[in-house]
Design a protein around this ligand. Structure first.
Ligand code: ADP
Ligand code: MG
Length: 214
């Protein structure tokens, strides 16, 4: 029996994946949220979970560090998706990738004038692609989190970040001015593994698709 591994991250992705795992019949032996283990056995002897940082999930699966993974479309777009199949939209961890600015900052006017825009984000590739397509010149500032702070202290004019309720933006006097893409989590598969282990992986992919309501 070939062994199968699924890469996923703690926090939102695990929280929202847990019910899907249950529907697929996978019971983790430890809770990734409280355990320090990075490799977690399950009720299926042939299947284990590997716990990674959200932004690292595509990299692990691309290089065969895991056969399958669960990653947000944000992380996949930023990574580029090389070496990965993305067969199932799991329709969980839904939010939107947005451009946001300080309330009162006239984003439309800056775009119309063709002025340079200082953009802070951890999604540098997504931001670069988005503004290039609009013909807006940007100075890109790479951050690793708490992007909302950047416009408040004058580090940037705009941020590119995920928005779900908009509460964090509002609490910091920011407004979303443009949607870049809707985001949800996807099941991803190592392309080579799908060829060599199709008999094991395909039923699992089908089960996730069904659990996600496809
Ligand atoms: P990290 O802080 O390490 O990026 P998170 O748990 O905050 O980890 O985010 C993991 C993934 O969950 C993101 O890549 C995204 O796909 C999704 N996500 C993040 N924020 C939200 C949100 N506000 N609403 C829904 N999904 C989100
Ligand atoms: Mg986060």
């Amino acid at each position: 029996m070939a062994s199968i591994s699924i890469a996923l991250s703690k926090g939102r992705i695990f929280d929202e994946t847990a019910p899907l795992l249950a529907r697929v019949g996978i019971q983790p032996r430890d809770n990734p949220e409280t355990s320090r283990k990075l490799v977690i056995a399950t009720n299926r002897r042939d299947l284990r979970l590997v716990v990674v940082r959200a932004a690292d999930t595509p990299t692990y699966v691309q290089h065969g560090g895991a056969d399958l993974g669960i990653a947000g479309r944000d992380v996949l777009a930023e990574h580029g998706g090389e070496g990965l199949y993305q067969p199932v939209d799991l329709r969980i961890a839904k939010c939107r990738m947005m451009v946001a600015v300080r309330k009162g900052f006239d984003y439309e006017a800056v775009v119309r004038r063709g002025a340079r825009l200082r953009v802070a984000t951890k999604y540098v590739n997504i931001a670069r692609g988005h503004f290039a397509a609009k013909g807006v010149h940007i100075d890109l500032i790479r951050l690793y989190g708490s992007m909302e702070l950047a416009p408040l202290v004058g580090l940037a004019d705009a941020i590119v970040d995920l928005v779900s309720t908009g509460k964090t933006l509002r609490a910091n006097g920011l407004v979303a001015v443009e949607e870049i893409m809707p985001v949800s989590a996807r099941l991803i598969v190592n392309q080579a593994a799908l060829k060599t282990k199709r008999a094991e992986l395909q039923p699992l992919i089908d089960a996730f698709a069904q659990a996600a309501g496809r």
